[in-house]
Design a protein around this ligand. Structure first.
Ligand code: IMP
Length: 192
């Protein structure tokens, strides 16, 4: 089935509302700000999925009183899923961060964690560059199929064991701009 950027009838149900996402971002921002009081903070968002969560978090952290002394926002782009709904297990670096992280307090911002390979890869990659601190934040957690034991310091919301879209997450590059998280009807998947 060919799907188009028409939401009517293609989305099974809303799983997490825009309001709940906003509340979760506020909570994560409070925790990250509390751990980085009066010190510089570098956020590294993982493209493309974390494009919204990273920018929204950066603004929310800046609004926390007595938080980091400065906030820089960088992006790194990796590919792990291709166009299928199951991970290929292979992580490829498509675009590196543009600023050095040496001596910086870094928080990696991921949209969702599933098998954990993407975050494990990024922790190893950035960890080799001698940051002063390296933590990870994921907005959505699917804890059902971890292949590696990887530390997540800030966890947003656990979501069901399903392929989800919206708020940055895509299916074949569609649905990223949905303001909420949704689950597609199974018959929407083509996977091939
Ligand atoms: P992991 O390497 O399996 O932990 O997967 C992490 C990456 O896979 C995320 O950054 C997403 O890009 C993608 N991903 C995992 N689950 C989903 C999903 O349900 N919908 C869309 N993308 C997903």
């Amino acid at each position: 089935m060919k799907i188009t950027q028409t939401y009517e009838g293609t989305i099974a149900r809303e799983l997490v509302s825009a309001q709940e996402i906003a509340r979760t971002i506020e909570r994560l921002a409070g925790a990250i700000a509390a751990d980085h009081r009066r010190i510089p903070l570098t956020l590294v968002g993982v493209l493309k999925g974390a494009l919204y969560v990273a920018t929204d978090l950066a603004r929310a952290i800046a609004a926390v009183p007595d938080g980091p002394s400065e906030i820089t926002l960088d992006y790194i782009c990796v590919s792990s899923y291709g166009n299928a709904t199951r991970s290929s297990g292979e992580v490829r670096l498509l675009k590196d961060a543009s600023e050095p992280v040496r001596g910086r307090n870094v928080v990696i911002i991921e949209d969702i964690i599933d098998n954990g390979l993407t975050l494990a890869y990024l922790r190893a990659l950035l960890g080799e560059r001698n940051p002063a601190g390296l933590r990870a934040c994921v907005l959505f957690d699917k804890p059902y199929h971890r292949l590696v034991d990887v530390t997540v310091d800030y966890v947003g919301l656990e979501v069901p064991d399903a392929f989800v879209v919206g708020y940055g997450l895509d299916y074949q590059e569609l649905f990223r701009n949905l303001p909420y998280l949704a689950q597609l009807r199974p018959e929407v998947f083509t996977d091939g």
